[in-house]
Design a protein around this ligand. Structure first.
Ligand SMILES: Cc1cc2nc3c(=O)[nH]c(=O)nc-3n(C[C@H](O)[C@H](O)[C@H](O)COP(=O)(O)O)c2cc1C
Length: 219
C-alpha cells in the first residue's frame, strides 16, 4: 500500500513560533504509516517550483507538463491513500496545501481515501480548518475517513524530528493517530481491491470538456 503525506506549510515567520511547525507533524505521520507493507512518502510544497501564474497539470498538453508536476501526478495516481497535514490559518486550511492540490484533477485522487491531520500553535488544533477540508477533499474524490487527528500546541507535543517529546504521553498520542490511520488503511485496502475488480473510470466518465458536464439535465 502506497500512501502520500501532503504537508501544508511554507511559512517562514519565526519568532515567536518555530517556522513550519507542520514539518514535525508530517514526519510523525510518515513514521507511523511507514510500517510493514505500507510505504509513506512526504510531499513538501517547498519542493515544487510552482509558476506564479496558476496553470494546473491537466491544462498542459499530454507529455508537456513541467517534470516536477508530472512526477507528482504520477505519484498521486499510483498512491492508494493520502494524509493531508494542514495548519489552521484564519480558521481555514492552508493556502499552500490547497494551491498544490489544485494543480491536479480529481481523477488522480478519486476512489481512494484520505485522512485529515491538523495542528496549531494554539489550543484548538486546527479543528475549524479540518471541517472545511472535508468538503475540499470530498470534491477532489478522496473521501476523508471519519476519524481525524488534531494537535493543539504542536510544538509542545512533537520535536523537530517528528518524535514525541518526553513531556507528553507518547503512547496515548500514538493510539490517537492510529485510530485515524487504521481507518485510512482499511479503506485504502478495500478501495484497492475494488479498483482492481472494477475500474471505476470506465463506469463514470471524467469531466474532460467543460464543467457544465456536472449540471443536471435542463428541463
Ligand atoms: C496567517 C495566519 C493565520 C493563523 N490563523 C490561525 C487560526 O485561525 N487558528 C489557530 O489556531 N492558529 C492560527 N495561526 C497560528 C498557527 O497555528 C501557527 O502559526 C502555526 O505554527 C502554523 O503552522 P506552520 O508553522 O506549520 O505554518 C495562524 C497563523 C498565521 C500565519
Amino acid at each position: 500500500m502506497k500512501l502520500l503525506v501532503f504537508l501544508g506549510t511554507v511559512r517562514d515567520s519565526a519568532p515567536p513560533n518555530p517556522p513550519r511547525l507542520g514539518l514535525r507533524v508530517a514526519k510523525a505521520c510518515v513514521s507511523q504509516l511507514h510500517q510493514g507493507d505500507h510505504s509513506a512518502e512526504l510531499i513538501d510544497p517547498l519542493a515544487f517550483d510552482l509558476e506564479p501564474i496558476f496553470k494546473p497539470h491537466f491544462a498542459y498538453a499530454r507529455g508537456k507538463a513541467p517534470s516536477q508536476l508530472q512526477s507528482l501526478a504520477d505519484k498521486i495516481e499510483a498512491a492508494d491513500g493520502y494524509v493531508m497535514v494542514s495548519p489552521e490559518y484564519n480558521h481555514s486550511m492552508s493556502p499552500a496545501l490547497a494551491h498544490l492540490l489544485n494543480h491536479f484533477g480529481s481523477s488522480l485522487f478519486s476512489y481512494k481515501p484520505s485522512a485529515i491531520v491538523t495542528y496549531s500553535a494554539g489550543q484548538w488544533g486546527g479543528t475549524r480548518a479540518a471541517v472545511g477540508m472535508r468538503t475540499f477533499l470530498s470534491e477532489l474524490g478522496c473521501l476523508p475517513v471519519s476519524a481525524m487527528v488534531q494537535i493543539p500546541k504542536a510544538h509542545e507535543v512533537l520535536a523537530e524530528d517528528g518524535e514525541f517529546l518526553e513531556t507528553v504521553d507518547a503512547e496515548g498520542w500514538i493510539d490517537y493517530f492510529a485510530r485515524t490511520f487504521i481507518q485510512l488503511k482499511w479503506w485504502a485496502s478495500a478501495a484497492q481491491n475494488q479498483r482492481h475488480a472494477i475500474d471505476p473510470h470506465k463506469l463514470v466518465r471524467a469531466f474532460k470538456r467543460d464543467p457544465s458536464q456536472r449540471n443536471a439535465p435542463a428541463g
